[in-house]
Ligand binder design. Structure first.
Ligand SMILES: *Cc1c(COP(=O)(O)O)cnc(C)c1O
Length: 420
């Protein structure tokens, strides 16, 4: 089936006289006929419902839909995108291990990788997303467990050469984990280009309506864990009466370990109600992504043509540095544009404050057009010089194009440009 159909039908198939819409199963727990029946579910925990800290029918319907959309073998939802990234790493890295990440990743992920994981003795080695192959190979150490990157980076808007990174990771027998939040499975399915694990912040386009924070991890089922470097998957887990995940669960070892061990212990599972709302967003994802892309290219070309705009980044523009990679990997360049207005920080603030339709908010990928001025918000603590070093010029604006009529978005932009 095509994505439009999967968005509507995957994950839940009602039987005779069952509800048309996936029901909200708002219950912490599930009832069994006997003590023996309860005992038996602990022997097959992945196929049974025990407790809503790690399994719930509403959430699982959504997990199955997302796994299907990403061409994965299984998925697990989490209470935030941050939790998805964290668990995707902790599922493979113990204290004393390292991993490689591209530098062009979400700011919250930079914090997690550079500071917090370090406190737990997990080291992240950063490489530039455009580094040549030899530089990336040189970053590997004997304890390197995985490679991480973003398909279409937030906020840098760089496009990752997925096949190149998959090839390098696999040459070292480690999996490639891809955060594909800005692309969504509608614009790119990283597994088709060699990614082994995909994570998303569903808070962005997948939910789409700025309703709730959430995340998801998808397992391709393709990675061969048998090299000997992943004893956490290929040797008995004492916390689960000695199960060896690869022996019992084969290709699903990674995602089942994430649920049975990490979700059980950390408990960052979404509520049934959150999953229900996420599902509503997913139903229109294919339709919405198409329109975001259509609106964004018009906005990008309009901004580019303005003499008040100094520079613009949008990988859908033909002269963008990442246009060729976007053509190869993305079905559209998504809805986020970054641009710099002439006149620096004060001009950027003037532009933002002159917008009437677009809202000023610390969010992207909303159904409504929204803007953020990194220099006075997410990167506020930095001096002008530090901002330039961080790749955030003082006049830079991150513009997240919404689904309003394109004429109204353009009219709003013109109003703000005129104020400069
Ligand atoms: C927002 C975001 C995250 C973090 O997700 P939350 O749902 O806010 O925890 C991770 N990666 C990317 C690319 C994001 O845009």
């Amino acid at each position: 089936m095509k994505d439009e159909t999967k968005c509507l039908h995957s994950g839940y198939t009602p039987k005779n006289a069952e509800p048309r819409v996936v029901p909200i199963v708002q219950s912490t727990t599930y009832v069994y006929d006997s003590t023996e029946a309860v005992g038996a579910v602990f022997d097959e925990p992945t196929h049974s419902l025990i407790y809503s800290r790690f399994a719930n029918p509403t959430v699982m319907a959504v997990e199955n839909k997302i796994a299907d959309l990403e061409s994965g073998i299984g998925a697990m939802c989490t209470s935030s995108g941050q939790a998805a990234t964290l668990l995707s790493i902790l599922n493979l890295c113990n204290a004393g291990d390292s991993f490689i990440s591209t530098s062009q990743i979400y700011g919250g992920t930079v914090n997690l990788f550079s500071y917090t994981l370090k406190k737990y003795d997990i080291e992240c080695i950063f490489v530039d997303c455009d580094a040549d192959e030899s530089q990336i190979h040189a970053a590997f150490k004997p304890n390197t467990k995985l490679v991480f990157g973003e398909t279409l980076a937030n906020p840098a808007l760089t496009v990752l050469d997925l096949e190149k990174f998959a090839k390098i990771a696999h040459a070292h027998n480690v999996p490639l984990i891809i955060d594909s939040t800005f692309a969504t499975p509608v614009l790119c399915k990283p597994i088709e280009y060699g990614a082994d694990i995909v994570v998303h912040s569903t808070s962005k386009y997948m939910d789409g309506h700025a309703l709730q924070v959430g995340g998801v991890i998808i397992d391709s089922g393709n990675f061969d864990w048998s090299s000997g470097d992943f004893p956490m998957i290929t040797t008995p887990d004492e916390s689960y009466h000695g199960i060896t995940y690869t022996d019992v669960y084969g290709k699903s070892a990674y995602i089942i370990k994430a649920r049975m061990q990490l979700m059980r212990d950390f408990g960052v599972y979404p509520s049934a109600h959150s999953a229900f709302l996420l599902n509503l967003g997913l139903e229109t994802l294919a339709l919405r992504m198409q329109r975001y892309c259509e609106n964004a290219i018009v906005v990008a070309k309009h901004l580019k043509a303005s003499d008040k705009v100094e520079s613009i980044c949008y990988p859908g523009l033909e002269d963008d540095k990442y246009y060729a990679l976007a053509q190869k990997y993305l079905k559209g360049a998504s809805g986020v544009i970054s641009f710099v207005v002439k006149g620096g920080k004060s001009a950027a603030i003037k532009f933002m404050d002159s917008l009437e339709l677009a809202s000023n908010q610390v969010h992207v990928a909303d159904i409504r057009t929204c803007v953020l001025h990194p220099a006075s918000a997410t990167h506020r603590q930095l001096t002008d010089e530090q901002l330039v070093a961080a790749g955030v010029s003082p006049g830079m604006i991150r513009f997240s194009v919404g689904l309003e009529h394109i004429d109204d978005i353009i009219a709003d932009i013109d109003l703000a440009l005129k104020a400069l």
